[in-house]
Design a protein around this ligand. Structure first.
Ligand code: NI
Length: 207
């Protein structure tokens, strides 16, 4: 095994952590803004900056909107199926954490994988991908505009990283797993640093 600090994967995670730091900075700045009390009158909590309506298509071809998932907790991860490392790693953590829940807890949570690469992540591509991780995992894709709007609502950064030698491309992106409440409001987010135990423990306490 190579040193963790020299591996490309570690660098990707450092980049992701950088995005998280910037994101948290934005949240703190907005929260401390002088007019925030007035702003907050419009929302039921200071954390509702994350999340919102979306209309997408699931991995079976059914149109799905955010309202379809109200009434249960949602675990939402944004990614793309061609991702060589970060997405499979994060989804693997989710899979293992879900594996620690009992049947009643599992019934209260819906895991969702939303792509920001709909050009390659078709309904068929998602169908094969989600089955690798969990039988309950629902894959969601859509038009470029639809997936862009969903990612924006959840404050997810992503960008193509073009390569001259190939028509293939990788994508830089935020890697966060969001736990949303049954009413659709943001509850908490998890990164790879939380690990399986961090995610599983919180889910067991909450569900
Ligand atoms: Ni990825």
């Amino acid at each position: 095994m190579k040193s963790v600090f020299s591996s490309p994967r570690a660098l990707l995670w450092l980049a992701a952590l950088g995005c998280v730091a910037v994101f948290l900075g934005v949240v703190v700045t907005l929260g401390l803004a002088p007019n925030s009390p007035q702003t907050r009158q419009d929302t039921s909590s200071g954390t509702s900056l994350i999340g919102g309506p979306f209309t997408l298509v699931d991995h079976t071809g059914q149109v799905r909107s955010h309202t379809d998932f109200l009434g249960k907790y949602s675990l939402i991860y944004f990614g793309y199926t061609y991702c060589p490392d970060v997405c499979p790693s994060a989804l693997g953590i989710m899979t293992q954490a879900l594996g620690q829940l009992d049947e009643a807890q599992l019934a209260k949570v819906q895991p969702l994988f939303i792509t920001f690469d709909p050009e390659r992540d078709t309904v068929e591509a998602l169908e094969g991908y989600v089955s690798l991780f969990h039988p309950k995992l629902i894959g969601l894709t859509g038009t470029i505009e639809q997936t862009k709007a969903a990612a924006k609502a959840y404050r997810i950064y992503y960008a193509k990283s073009e390569r001259d030698d190939s028509s293939d491309y990788l994508m830089d992106h935020t890697s966060l797993l969001y736990l949303m409440a049954p009413n659709g409001e943001y509850l908490k987010h998890f990164s790879e640093a939380d690990g399986v135990a961090g995610l599983a423990d919180f889910l067991k306490q909450t569900l």
